[in-house]
Design a protein around this ligand. Sequence first.
Ligand code: HMG
Length: 445
Amino acid sequence: MTGVGIDAIEIRTGKLKLDLAETFAAEMGDAPEKYTKGLGLHASSFPDTYEDIVTMGANAAHRLMERKGLGLDDIGRIDVATESAFDHSKPVSTYIGGCLEQVFEGDLHHANKGERKFACVSGTQSVDDAYNWIEAGRNRGRAALVIATDTALYARDDPGEATQGAGAVAMLIDEDPDLVELSKAQGYGSADETDFLKPQQQFPSVDGKRSVKVYLARMREALVDYERAGGEIHPDDFRLGPFHTPFPGMVRKAAVLAYRHITRDTEIEDELAAEIGRQPRPEGFDDDEAYMDALSEYTDALKETDRYKSWYDRTIDPTLDISRHVGNWYTGSVHVARIAGIKALAEADEDAVGEQLLVGSYGSGAQAEIHVETLQEGWRGEIEALDIDEQLEARYDLTFGEYEEVHDAHNFDEESSVEEFTVPDGEFAFDGWGRMGERKYRYVE
Ligand code: HMG
């Protein structure tokens, strides 16, 4: 068997948009720069009233399967990663499977379906499950469909409100992939944390400032564990570093810490020594506090070096290009970052076959995972087939009043009669409730 990885990918944004600088900032009494510069976010995507995690996931999967010329018999497994599920028993993958059965010949009765939960990292965990299923030889020549789909809403007036978003990423995991091959080596950083959780509630309880610290701590652990697993990390070995992106400012904070870690004891540290000194080591200090102060001083200086800035601009910044305009998609977020980075390589007409990506996934609660991906021969065709620019351009731009109505429409505890803002066209749409409280869907021609 050749390698296993992502053969194809599709992305589906919610069809509504909230402009953070133009529409949201003034209502919050904030400077627009808090969003555009501080958090690094310009807009959020929201689902229209007939969209939800099922329609966005099914629409992404449908387009992917049509584009790859696949039928239902080619799919042996559907794993959905989400933290916005509306049912404690029946998985979202059954609803999405039902949608796909409306538009393709045959059925998906032979396909193993499930749902994964671990906050945002479950999208990557589902990719792992599919990878392991294929590596174990249980797939009988079939591929797995992994769908990361979320409506990432916070309670109104929560500090996280500006980071909301909604969309789905569908990935086809298969042997001999066209897009990227996945490394066997992986690193984990996992601990019992209470930074972001939803105990029997739709919107999260969040300790925002703490969640930032936990993200950084677990990501660092995962890097160290990846190195323990035999993975070599030198900054110049990676063309892109897609990270989980709750908002681009978070990745900006993580990137400099990651760079500091992976340049330690390298020629880069030596070369930078004349300009900013060497990295502080704990043995050079009497106490932890003095060491931490020195470390943070070094990191501030590192961030200002040309060497770091050019690494950041080349490796990290391109991965944030979509996220800036859609917000946090939770389980889909790191997969959006991967797409954005690779799309930038295609736009720059780079010859990137064989180039490596250092991928950092994260989920609150909390767990980080690091692995490496290698771009395959077919990468350019896969990325150029995406229509994300057209989707973003076509979004309906909400006024603040409309945003409030849309938030209510997707709030499980609110009665809402708000009309749809766009017209469904060649896509799955929510079609009302069934007799047992199930949600129903239909394909609108
Ligand atoms: P906040 O209180 O709204 O914002 O909360 P702030 O006051 O900290 O400002 C944000 C940044 O804007 C700061 O930058 C300000 O300085 C800057 P920083 O100092 O941190 O670099 N700023 C400005 N910059 C330029 N011009 C201005 C200006 N004003 C301010 N005028 C917070 C921010 C992240 C806490 C909030 O958005 C939040 O709670 N978000 C939700 C939680 C979250 O996203 N955490 C991230 C890590 S956890 C994670 O990634 C997991 C997650 O995806 C869930 C899952 O796994 O399922 C969330």
